[in-house]
Write a protein that binds this ligand. Structure first.
Ligand SMILES: [Zn+2]
Length: 300
């Protein structure tokens, strides 16, 4: 009896040690998180024990000023004003928290970033695409089931744009922006509407000031706003680069020519490791113009 007990304890010890080893191994890898589609929300906490997930708290948003913008074409945006953004950036950087990263879309559905969906791709009238497009299905067809968009980082919601329910021309995108502990802003565009999938679970857009962890569901891949295809437009903004852009002649000219399509917000290429940092490691796994191709054909 005694022997059997000590064996059990030994096995238990081994298994705890193995778990610790496995989690440190997994932490070092950009790992696809979900094992299933939207029926099982991808959660980074399945891999990373909750007690080591960094602690961001509400005091970081104390005294920040929220601005409400009513879009002339409909839809409402709530965001922090420019000076509050800088205050929050400073507070986040001062926490010293490194933060977690993951791919912003349920990787179980084998997403891909086409060469035409990259930063700097040409758009109508010669303007530039200032983020990346992640497609859940080839050619941006509607996914058969809702596909979860998850937060690529820990952070705080700094802007939420809600598309009106009655938007027959589909002009206004559902958008959410999150400032991460690294001080950058990560933006998720074209998020879906409740009516996209009848009877399916729908995640309401988070409120401004919400604390987010990497892997938290933000919504579903949709086609709200000026797009005909179902995809996630993902962008990264750096407030330090924004300052440079605002003083640049090139950006002044671009803004004059392309108006809201070229507003300097500090947009940087999310696939550029040097500029965007860790998130590039997760995203580059899904680009199909370089390196190993993603075998997305199977999911058609
Ligand atoms: Zn795009």
């Amino acid at each position: 009896m005694k022997i059997s007990n000590s064996k059990n304890i030994f096995i238990r010890k081994i298994s705890t040690a193995t778990k610790v080893l496995m989690s440190s191994f997994l932490l070092s890898l950009p790992t696809p998180l979900a094992k299933d589609t939207f029926t099982k929300t991808p959660q980074i906490t399945e891999i990373i024990p909750r007690h080591i997930v960094p602690k961001l708290n509400k005091s970081l948003t104390k005294g920040l000023k929220i601005v409400e913008n009513i879009n002339i074409r409909g839809g409402v945006t709530h965001c922090y004003n420019d000076s509050s953004m800088l205050v929050l950036q400073k507070r986040l950087l001062n926490t010293g928290i490194k933060g977690q990263y993951t791919c912003p879309i349920d990787t179980a559905i084998k997403p891909y970033i086409p060469s035409t969906g990259q930063f700097g791709s040409i758009r109508p009238a010669g303007r530039t695409h200032l983020g990346i497009d992640i497609y859940p299905r080839l050619y941006g067809r509607k996914p058969k089931k809702p596909v979860a968009v998850v937060s690529a980082t820990d952070g705080i919601v700094v802007s939420v744009k809600k598309s009106p329910q009655n938007d027959p021309n589909n002009l206004i995108a559902n958008n959410i922006k999150i400032m991460a502990p690294d001080g950058k802003i990560y933006s998720y565009d074209h998020l879906g509407r409740r009516e996209d999938y009848k009877g399916a679970k729908y995640t309401e857009l988070k409120e401004i000031g919400s604390i987010i962890h990497a892997g938290d569901t933000l919504g579903t891949v949709g086609h709200t706003g000026e797009t005909a295809v179902w995809h996630l437009h993902f962008s990264v903004e750096d407030l330090n680069i924004k300052k440079e852009q605002e003083h640049s002649k090139l950006w002044k000219d671009l803004h004059k020519r392309y108006s809201v399509y070229a507003t300097p917000r500090g947009q940087i290429d999310p696939l550029d490791k040097e500029k965007a940092g860790t998130i590039a490691d997760f995203l580059n796994l899904y680009r199909i113009d370089k390196g190993e191709k993603v075998s997305y054909y199977a999911s058609l």
